[in-house]
Design a protein around this ligand. Sequence first.
Ligand SMILES: C[S@@+](CC[C@H](N)C(=O)[O-])C[C@H]1O[C@@H](n2cnc3c(N)ncnc32)[C@H](O)[C@@H]1O
Length: 355
Amino acid sequence: MSLFSQDNKSAFDAKAEAQRIAYAPVAFQACRVLRTEGILEAVQKSGSAGITLAEVVAKVSLPRYGVKVLMEAGLGVGLFCLNEGRYTITKLGYFMLRDPMTRINMDVVHDVFYSGFFDLDKAVREGKPAGLKSLGDWPTIYEGLSSLEPQARESWLAWDHYYSDQAFPAALPIVFANRPKRLLDVGGNTGKFAIQCAKHNADVRITIADLDKQLALAKANLQQHGVADRVDLHAVNLLDESATLPGGHDAIWMSQFLDCFSEQQIVSILRRAAAAMSPDTRLYILELLWDRQPNETAAFCLQQISLYFTCLANGNSQMYHSSDLLGCIQQAGLVVEEQRDQVGLYHTLITCRKA
Ligand SMILES: C[S@@+](CC[C@H](N)C(=O)[O-])C[C@H]1O[C@@H](n2cnc3c(N)ncnc32)[C@H](O)[C@@H]1O
């Protein structure tokens, strides 16, 4: 049975979940503040003995009123149990406090998405990232990445890296099985993959193609890791249809890159990749595809992330269904040689060659 093919909820459960969604922004902020103010930590540390409201107030040095309403909101969310005046942490409370994925997702939602999402309706109507003005004055978020406020940039990068970091070690042996001598990383961002490639294989020479401002960040990281002499930087804006990609590479790598573009733009970029490929070049596309996820929660996250692209990033791209992306690959004159799902945990790696 495929994901999302059945309505399994009872009417009661459906109506209850609708209320959780109705108050989701409130519950979200309550959970976040319970974490950042150390309240979840205090309850978790109290173990099975639990902790009273007065004891939490003393530990976190906040007014009793604020702690009380937050903890009662947390009870409703399901973060705590309350027995005879003592709060203990639940499994949900534990993950809210300790799970890195939850923390990274919540941080990016708060620091990058939250205010801009007020303009989602406008973004949908106009096909423009109407919420982006909450972060800065750029046509797309990519032009602004290097100048985001430090907190927003840190949360954005932690989010982007969290997912690609899981997939890179799994993808490296697949890419290097063909022994590429020259590799082009399109949308190489902070240089993370290039650094891993350079450390994985002593002979490979890498080119990072990205927006010029982004390359400045990559350059500093490459120097810090002592691999700058094996990495060339190619400044390019691929939204400019006349911009080409450099040839002479055995492997072209695009990780979490094509989701930054509309289907029409993807076809154009892939055609330019094809023009830069020889019959022996392999193009590796690493993407998070919502229909290839191991469970509905992972698919749910990607479907919500699509709206980040709508509202903030560029107004016209998304986390794609595999059939959308495979259609673009075919239109660009490329042939899929291999597809592997769950590279890392959630990524699909598509290997292509020229038709
Ligand atoms: C979501 S990040 C992916 C980074 C990295 N490949 C990874 O897997 O973590 C997308 C990258 O594409 C770059 N990018 C976005 N729009 C671009 C454009 N029009 N031309 C060139 N690069 C672009 C961004 O600067 C950013 O580094």
